[in-house]
Design a protein around this ligand. Structure first.
Ligand code: ATP
Ligand code: MG
Length: 289
């Protein structure tokens, strides 16, 4: 299988991009997929959330400038099948540093192409910063697909139209393989009607593009990063672990269907908006095959 590049993106802050980048990557790795997580956010939360020190002095920045090749920046995370290109705060200067170059929207392509072409990884997962800036555009220019996490809150859809437009523009302007593989509903609160209403609203607009897996609000998911661990290492039996395992499973199933059906076919219809059976005591039943 070729290496597939997946961007986790939403210009809205705090919607669960990084939590998903870490835990989705770890769950794919658990399924024996070889994963490279690329932290494209100067906040470096994916980096620290996987136990690497922030300010380690390493990010994709020098590869964006063409000073080093991307491969030399790959670090091990200590988790089997999961490597990372970390980030640090200095990456905040990258947009200004590359903005004057003619190819400023394709610097990440130059940095990452040798890694993609090497075929070492099944998936490259990119954690994008909360903006529609140059790094985000660079990410979309190399992505095969975008996963958009949406928080189950009022105004979840706000700003989404702009992002969908940009994805379409980048696809039409030279990255024809780019598509939105899924919208992921995060921080679903089982105790409120609001979460369910928001999911229904999003499904109304995006139907089968919405992942059937819902990510519940789960305190263990917010604790895990401070221990530098993905949820499946921090608490492998909690509801957050079950949800991200389900997401990895659903994602891989959709990948297979996408490959079999070709680019023009629609994804399968959403059969239920509540695939993870979230009972009142907070336990979750995994989605059955
Ligand atoms: P930013 O836009 O700043 O990069 P983000 O979209 O990457 O944010 P996260 O950092 O993943 O969002 O999440 C924001 C906050 O919400 C974090 O404190 C995180 O621990 C918490 N959080 C994310 N998902 C969940 C969840 N399912 N349950 C509980 N807390 C969560
Ligand atoms: Mg983040």
């Amino acid at each position: 299988m070729d290496t597939k590049v997946v961007a986790l993106a939403n210009q809205k802050g705090g919607v669960g991009k990084t939590t998903t980048a870490i835990n989705f990557s770890a769950c794919l790795a658990e399924k024996q997929k070889k994963i490279l997580l690329v932290d494209l956010d100067p906040q470096a939360n994916a980096t620290s959330g996987l136990g690497l020190e922030k300010g380690f002095g390493s990010s994709i920045f020098p590869a964006l400038l063409g000073e080093v090749d991307g491969q030399s920046l790959i670090k091990e995370t200590g988790i089997k099948n999961l490597d990372i290109i970390p980030s640090e705060i200095d990456l905040a200067g990258a947009e200004i540093a590359i903005a004057r170059r003619d190819d400023y929207l394709h610097r990440l392509k130059e940095a990452m192409d040798p890694i993609i072409e090497s075929g070492v990884y099944d998936f490259i997962v990119m954690d994008c910063p909360p903006s529609l800036g140059i790094l985000f555009m660079n990410a979309l220019n190399i992505a095969d697909e975008v996963i958009i996490p949406l928080q189950c809150e009022y105004l979840a859809l706000e700003g989404l139209g702009v992002m969908v437009d940009i994805v379409n523009q980048i696809r039409d302007a030279g990255n024809p393989k780019l598509h939105i593989s899924g919208i992921l509903m995060t921080m679903y609160n089982v105790n409120t009607n609001l979460s369910q209403q928001v999911v229904q609203e999003v499904v109304k607009h995006f139907s089968d593009r919405v992942f059937e897996t819902l990510i519940p609000r789960n305190v263990r998911l917010s604790e895990a990063p401070s221990y530098g661990k993905p949820i499946i290492e921090y608490d492998r039996h909690c509801v957050g672990s079950a949800a991200y395992r389900n997401l990895a499973k659903e994602f891989l199933k959709r990948e297979k269907e996408h490959e079999a059906e070709g680019e023009t076919e629609e994804l399968p219809t959403l059969s239920s908006v509540l695939p993870v059976d979230l009972s009142a005591d907070g336990t979750a039943e995994p989605v059955t095959e």
